[in-house]
Design a protein around this ligand. Structure first.
Ligand code: NAD
Length: 459
């Protein structure tokens, strides 16, 4: 663990913020441009870290981590000047003569805490938005991804002084210590359990928070879906990063009319995409550590295994595995799977789906494979979830044009693009009242005639 004077570090960041340098948008742009260059020139270092921590191939690392970060960074650089400008708004007639505007103001010193599954993307994306909004940042990385952490420290260390952006890693000791410190905003990505701890601690200081959590994301496939394409896309999104993706389809709810056809197509796709022996496939990746590997072994069920099921403890790999005819009472349906195990459950009518999904914690993502517009509308409007896709999976998070975040139990707040800038910004509402005129109606002594005028102005 790093030995750090956390209180001193945060004090230094506060002093630096108070100097006002980060209030200058040019200063932020200068650092974000430097960051773009530093990431681009350290891609192999970052990809090596991801390979060591999660076995990610270079293509997957670029597609799902560094490439997405660079794209978000370009978007923010393109729009930051507009985002950071005060926003003129209408003024009610009753406040004649004045102009009203919303003045963006960074929170100050923010804490960003991230998980290990997309250790680069999930730390650098919020960091970009926090810096773009003018904050200083303490970035706390997950102890489970040490190699990517080192790469992040090298990259950020070459761009920012510690009083602007500081990188911390370590386990429970540093986590507990951080919870005792007052920050101006906390942006947390991780599990519900830890999210609750963060929320409780933040409440002591009335610190605003974003909680980007997880949960079980259903994938619904009805009888009108293009089954081959559905299987192809589901297999891609489910087994990407070995299922260690917060928005991976957690389980399938499929119409009983296409159940066996769907399972057969999923099996075919697993072989087409990962080969006959995925454990030997160098691009397949690995489970993050033994603790999670053993947790996942407990969710396997040989009696229901329709495909896969083989494991390699030394390599921390589990094949893409289908648990067919799973039951809602099975162990695999009691927690977020976060691994390469895909339960398939059939349904007879849409109400069964609605009853089950709405009777449980609101999912972070929900996917619908269907060509029936009415069914799609019914599920997208009646069910509550963070975000999702129609006839695809996962890709709704890969955009700077839409916010990404959870709903109810799957999270609080959202980010990406303009929404990310807003997350780390307080908008001061300001009325600029002119002095060349001063209407008398609001002042005592009140007069009946003035009341008539007030009514006229207010309505
Ligand atoms: P986690 O909650 O265990 O850890 C997240 C962060 O919190 C880490 O930095 C960890 O060191 C820190 N932490 C752990 N215990 C703490 C404590 N007691 N006090 C303060 N901080 C503490 O989550 P994880 O295992 O790293 O990640 C997996 C979870 O994250 C899954 O539930 C997944 O769905 C979720 N997730 C959500 C998103 C999203 O964008 N919504 C993205 C990725 C992962």
């Amino acid at each position: 663990m790093q030995s750090v004077d956390l209180v001193g570090l945060v004090e230094n960041q506060r002093k630096f913020f108070a100097e006002g340098k980060t209030l200058d948008v040019k200063y932020r742009i200068q650092h974000l441009k430097k960051l773009y260059k530093a990431i681009s020139s350290n891609l192999s270092l970052i990809h090596e870290g991801l390979k060591k921590d999660l076995g990610k191939s270079e293509s997957e690392s670029y597609m799902c981590e560094t490439g997405l970060v660079l794209s978000e960074l370009s978007y923010i650089l393109k729009h930051i000047k507009k985002f950071a400008k005060p926003k003129r708004v209408k003024t009610p007639l009753a406040q004649y003569v004045s102009k009203s505007y919303r003045q963006p103001m960074p929170y100050g010193t923010v804490l960003v805490m991230n998980p290990w599954n997309y250790p680069f993307l999930l730390s650098i994306d919020p960091l970009i938005e926090a810096v773009a909004a003018g904050n200083t940042v303490v970035l706390k990385l997950s102890a489970y991804s040490p190699n990517t952490n080192q790469a992040i420290k090298t990259v950020l260390g070459s761009v920012f002084p510690e009083e602007y952006v500081a990188v911390l890693f370590g386990g429970s000791q540093i986590n507990t210590a951080l919870m005792q410190i007052k920050f101006d905003y906390i942006f947390f990505t991780g599990s519900k359990r830890v999210g609750q701890i963060v929320y409780e601690n933040a409440a002591k200081n009335l610190t605003p928070v974003s909680l980007e959590l997880g949960g079980k994301s259903p994938c619904i496939v009805d009888e009108t879906a293009n089954i081959k394409l559905a299987a192809k896309r589901i297999v891609w999104g489910k087994f990407l990063n070995l299922g260690q993706t917060c928005v991976a389809p957690d389980y399938i709810l499929c119409s009983k009319k296409i159940h066996s056809k769907l399972v057969a197509e999923i099996k075919k796709q697993i072989v087409l995409q990962f080969g006959e022996n995925p454990i030997e496939n160098p691009d397949y990746g690995k489970i993050i550590n033994e603790k999670h590997y053993l947790r996942l072994l407990n969710l396997l069920n040989p009696e229901k295994t329709a495909h896969g099921g083989r494991c390699d403890q030394a390599a921390l790999k589990i094949e893409p595995t289908i648990l067919d005819n799973a039951a809602f009472t099975d162990a695999v349906m009691q927690e977020e799977i976060f691994g390469p195990i895909l339960p398939v459950i059939e349904y007879s009518n849409d109400s069964e789906v609605i009853d089950y999904v709405s009777g449980h914690d609101a999912p972070l993502a929900l996917y619908i494979f269907s060509s029936n517009k009415k069914t799609i509308k019914k599920f997208t409007t009646t069910l509550g979830f963070g975000g999702g896709c129609i006839n695809d999976v996962v890709i709704h998070l890969a955009t700077s044009y839409m916010p990404f975040g959870g709903y109810k139990e799957s999270g609080l707040g959202s980010y990406h693009g303009k929404t990310g800038f807003d997350t780390f910004t307080h908008y001061k509402s300001i009325v600029d009242k002119k002095t060349f005129i001063d209407l008398p109606m609001r002042y005592q002594p009140f007069k009946k005639f003035y009341m008539k005028l007030v009514r006229f102005f207010l309505h």
